[in-house]
Design a protein around this ligand. Structure first.
Ligand code: 5GP
Ligand code: ZN
Length: 118
């Protein structure tokens, strides 16, 4: 069982922000911004590559609720999902990072030439 499925099953503790029948949002253990939340479906989905539009529809509403719950919906925030090797995905259970609580930087993402594919 993957680490996020263990969090869903309460086998690993987490600091929960919001939960409903199908989704869970909790604090990232290693925050990269003053607000750093992970939103996940309770059903195991490997990554964004595999998720269905139906799950994404409900996930979108859930993440909007999470942003409101955290009070960052007006100030702004960033949603990130890492996919696979190049995306830097460490946990192979679909998750969306919600980052905010401060003005976020938009900087160095790769050592590769950004224009090499143009
Ligand atoms: P990824 O790199 O896969 O996009 O992000 C995985 C995230 O999960 C990382 O930001 C990491 O800090 C977080 N994480 C990994 N293990 C745990 C854990 O056991 N509990 C919590 N709350 N976050 C975790
Ligand atoms: Zn899982």
């Amino acid at each position: 069982m993957c680490i996020f499925c263990k969090i869903i099953n309460n086998e690993i503790p987490s600091n929960i922000i919001l939960e409903n029948e199908n989704f869970l949002a909790f604090h990232d253990i290693n925050p990269k911004a003053p607000v750093h939340i992970l939103a996940i479906p309770k059903i195991h989905v490997d990554s964004f590559n595999e998720v269905t539009p139906q799950i994404m529809k409900d996930m979108t509403l859930f993440m909007q609720d999470v942003a409101k719950e955290l009070g960052i919906d007006k100030s702004g925030y960033r949603v990130i999902t890492n996919i696979g090797e190049d995306g830097g995905q460490e946990v192979k259970h679909l998750h969306f990072h919600l980052l905010g609580g401060a003005k976020l930087a938009w900087s160095h993402l790769s050592d590769a030439d950004p224009k090499s594919m143009i």
